[in-house]
Design a protein around this ligand. Structure first.
Ligand SMILES: Nc1ncnc2c1ncn2[C@@H]1O[C@H](COP(=O)(O)OP(=O)(O)OP(=O)(O)O)[C@@H](O)[C@H]1O
Ligand SMILES: [Mg+2]
Length: 353
């Protein structure tokens, strides 16, 4: 298994602008971690500091137990895979992949076997003679991936590698990237601003905003137990409204909100009775139910219903607020119709600011 990575108190300024603000995290060897966040939050900056292309103003980067702040990029045993594949247009696939070996001065007699092994790993066998313009976008991306793995790095760094591909191909190639990374047991850091992609491929998702880490957790926790309004809103879809805590007993809450009085069970919340916060409910956790037929109901009138193929997306007026519900596609509703949903208390989250 390859070594892990530890980043401690990293701060990076561009002039007066603080692009990274005291960033710390650790990745175990062989793990696949994504840096997720909106445009400009510092993802590429963080990746470039880790790769050694950019110096930080404060903080340390450790690879295994070794401090690598002063180690130049080509000695860091990391390979970076970019959004623009940066392939040589007039070199064939074989030569494009071999480039990395030549750069690292690997003895020429090893080249053929290693390039062929990398090509097989990413399903490019037989395409060695082709030039980049004779390949599809997905194949070009795989050449770029092969060029990274052929040098057998300890650390793979990806900066939005799939953003030039269409949605279907992106899903396919991301699964391939994950499989190759698992097979080789290489530690990987993958930058994306696509939350679905981050949830789909990671062991751990590091959610960032304005140069800071907001939450660092496995995909399920990021989605089911967001630690803030920012993460709840950025990852997936969420109904978020202000609320006040009326009662609290351990992790059971009664809250007042524009959706009415609701019960919540939330082990992560630490707000006391009387506190103000935000209530968060995912659209798929709202289940249609007859009025008064269950507890913890939210009732309103259907504003619009959008047929999505796999489900029905509904926007429902609750007083002056709205709630979005995703329900089974064969449900029939008409606009203006009264409707009630029940929500399990453990699907109601209470968040601080
Ligand atoms: N060389 C630079 N000089 C000055 N400011 C920069 C420089 N590079 C980046 N920035 C600024 O630092 C912030 C972080 O940039 P960065 O490229 O790390 O964001 P990002 O999260 O990768 O965004 P995106 O998703 O758009 O790629 C941005 O506000 C950006 O404008
Ligand atoms: Mg970027």
């Amino acid at each position: 298994m390859t070594q892990g990575l530890r980043v401690q108190n990293l701060t990076k300024y561009y002039g007066d602008y603080k692009a990274l603000d005291d960033v710390s995290f650790a990745i175990e060897g062989g793990q696949f971690v994504t840096l997720l966040g909106p445009s400009g939050c510092g993802k590429t900056t963080l990746l470039r500091v880790i790769a050694g292309f950019l110096e930080c103003d404060q903080g340390e980067v450790y690879f295994g137990d070794k401090l690598i702040n002063d180690v130049p990029p080509n000695k860091r045993d990391a390979a970076m895979c970019f959004q623009s594949y940066a392939l040589f247009p007039n070199k064939n696939v074989y030569e494009n992949i071999r480039f990395g070996l030549r750069m690292r001065k690997v003895p020429p007699e090893e080249h053929k076997e290693r390039v062929e092994e990398a090509m097989a790993m990413v399903n490019l066998t037989g395409l060695g003679e082709r030039r980049p313009y004779e390949l599809s976008g997905g194949q070009q991306q795989r050449v770029a991936l092969a060029r990274c793995i052929v040098v057998r790095p300890q650390l793979l760094l990806f900066d939005e590698p799939l953003s030039n591909l269409d949605a279907k191909l992106r899903e396919k190639v991301r699964v391939e990237i994950r499989e190759v990374q698992k097979k080789l047991g290489i530690t990987a850091i993958y930058v994306t601003h696509d939350q679905a992609e981050a949830l789909a491929i990671s062991d751990q998702v590091i959610t960032m905003s304005a140069g800071c880490i907001i939450q660092n957790a496995p995909p399920r926790d990021i989605y089911d137990r967001p630690n803030s309004r920012f993460v709840a809103d950025f990852v997936g879809t969420a109904n978020i409204v202000p609320c006040r805590i009326l009662e609290r007993t351990g992790m059971e809450y009664l809250v007042q909100s524009p959706y009415g009085e609701l019960r919540a069970v939330d082990a992560d919340c630490d707000l006391p009775a009387g506190a103000e916060g935000y209530l968060c409910i995912r659209p798929e956790d709202l289940l249609p139910s007859g009025k008064g037929e269950s507890s913890n109901q939210i009732c309103g009138a259907v504003r619009t219903a959008v047929y999505m193929g796999n489900l029905l997306d509904m926007f429902v007026d609750i007083g002056t607020e709205q709630i979005r519900a995703s329900i089974a596609k064969d449900w029939n509703v008409t606009e203006g119709e009264a409707i009630c949903f029940r929500v399990a208390p453990d699907k109601v989250r209470i968040l601080g600011g």
